[in-house]
Design a protein around this ligand. Structure first.
Ligand SMILES: C[S@@+](CC[C@H](N)C(=O)[O-])C[C@H]1O[C@@H](n2cnc3c(N)ncnc32)[C@H](O)[C@@H]1O
Length: 474
């Protein structure tokens, strides 16, 4: 009887059964702690909201709970550096890899903060407005790509160019970086756009021809007003006497701070260059398998940082496959591993991927649903297949660079396509086990997230798990 039941179980159910005792609802890890929201009141994080980030509280919790003695921490999807700087505050040596220049620019700003002469910054930020407004000649720094064209009112666009020209001739590098950051942090506010899931939403007042229900984003601040507010916010947080100031955070703590090492690039290429058995802890959150396109959401910021159409396109393709536009990277990975004499490692990863029955089941079902026209985009099956394949390489490398006894914490959401749940937590943990991690826990957040309204209509409201995995290198 039991055997028959087993026979009709899907591979995902079998995997669930195998790992069920590791799943644990974590009441202390609510959505707020896991998401960027818990950072809201912290200086720096409140200057620029990176909604894709997790909280420093989460990082500090895991580091103190599982490795109070400190050591070396890595985040291969570093974002704005939450892991790295929270680790630094606890005395850890922090290393991070991030592909998107938006994240690396915020991290560089954070480093500039610790070097800045506040009085110099205050003085320059006061006198600059007069000099900018009387500027007669300047180079244009903003070169739009198609998805950002006409994003700013004309006078704002002119001001932005003048401001960037002004910043470029400031010799004091930390002041230059922070002033550049102040305008970077208000780009959405001063534009006709709003970040809205996968795309930018456009206000009805822009020059573009828009279809659908008009969108009114409310008051659009002038460039000067918005940047002044931002600079004041930064200055306030830099005051030595403020109770929640950065100085409390950075100077009153006796812990010796080690420098933060930031690598700009794709972790698919950068991880294989790192030494084996080097890190005591990895805390990371890769992009989720949910079609979210960072290069579109942050298109204004990328253009502001000087990225052109071709460069943005390349960034999109280099990202971990999480959009329907991402193409296969398998040939690139094969060449990469051959070029570093790691063909065996390449074969090992591919084999692990192919040996995962749950993964193969997901791929087969999605291909079938695709054939029957049940997925709302033809490339979803390809995206899912490649998302896991690329993460399989990342997990192999993470296991390699972690010391025996060291930990890896990963934050990720499960997803559902065409009504089929994809247990991201279980499949990735299965890969991790193959590469030498023990699956200590899969912490499930008390409330998962709902479904998209379209899917709710078709399949009823059920929740997919949102998890924090805790793996330990054997
Ligand atoms: C969920 S976010 C991580 C946020 C981070 N935990 C924080 O608190 O700021 C995922 C990040 O992975 C980055 N990313 C995507 N593909 C990458 C790749 N191939 N290599 C390195 N970083 C990548 C994205 O740009 C994004 O910043």
């Amino acid at each position: 009887m039991f055997k028959e039941v087993e026979l009709f179980k899907s591979e995902r159910e079998k995997l669930f059964d195998r790992l069920a005792d590791r799943l644990e609802t974590a009441y202390n890890l609510n959505r707020k702690v896991v998401s960027f929201q818990a950072n809201k009141e912290e200086p720096i994080y409140r200057w620029f909201k990176y909604k894709e980030g997790f909280s420093s509280a989460l990082v500090k919790y895991f580091l103190s709970e599982y490795a109070p003695d400190g050591g070396k921490v890595l985040d291969p999807f570093a974002g704005v550096g939450t892991t790295l700087f929270a680790g630094q505050e606890l005395g850890w040596e922090s290393h991070g890899i991030e592909l998107l220049p938006v994240g690396t620019f915020v991290m560089q700003t954070r480093q500039a903060i610790s070097e800045i002469q506040v009085d110099e910054f205050r003085a320059i930020s006061k006198k600059m407005w007069n000099e900018i407004s009387t500027m007669r000649k300047w180079n244009n720094y903003i070169h739009h790509i198609s998805i950002t064209k006409d994003a700013f009112p004309d006078d704002t666009e002119e001001y932005l160019n003048k401001y960037l020209a002004y910043c470029s001739q400031i010799n004091d590098k930390p002041v230059q970086t922070i002033l550049k950051f102040a305008a970077f942090a208000v780009l959405e506010e001063i534009s006709y756009t709003r970040k809205d899931g996968q795309y930018l939403r456009w206000d009805y007042r822009c020059k573009r021809e828009l279809s659908g229900k008009p969108f009114d984003k409310g008051k659009i601040l002038s460039f000067e007003d918005a940047v002044k507010v931002k600079i004041n916010q930064i200055l306030q947080d830099l005051q030595p006497n403020q109770s929640s100031s950065l100085f409390d955070q950075f100077e009153n703590i006796s812990i010796e701070k080690k420098p933060v090492n930031i690598i700009e690039g794709t972790c698919l290429e950068e991880l294989p260059k790192l030494e084996s058995d080097f890190f005591d802890f990895i805390i990371t959150s890769p992009p989720y398998c949910n079609r979210y396109d960072y290069t579109r959401t942050y298109a204004l910021e990328l253009v502001y940082l000087g990225y052109d159409h071709e460069q943005v396109k390349n960034l999109r393709q280099s990202m971990l496959s999480c959009t329907v536009e991402n193409k296969d990277k398998i040939e690139y990975l094969e060449n990469l591993y051959s070029s570093i004499n790691q063909k065996e490692a390449f074969e090992k990863v591919i084999k692990s991927y192919q040996n995962s029955d749950a993964m193969m089941e997901v791929n087969t079902i999605l291909d079938e649903l695709n054939k029957r026209g049940k997925l709302n985009n033809n490339n979803i099956a390809r995206m899912v297949k490649n998302y896991f394949l690329e993460l399989c390489f990342v997990i192999y490398e993470m296991a390699r660079v972690t010391k025996s006894g060291g930990y890896c914490v990963m934050v990720n959401d499960n997803v559902r396509y065409g009504g089929e749940e994809i247990p991201v937590d279980l499949i990735l943990s299965d890969f991790a086990e193959n590469f030498g991690f023990n699956i200590n826990k899969i912490f499930v957040l008390p409330k998962g997230k709902g479904n998209s309204s379209q899917q709710m209509g078709n399949y009823g409201r059920t929740e997919v798990r949102k998890c924090v995995y805790l793996w330990q290198k054997k």
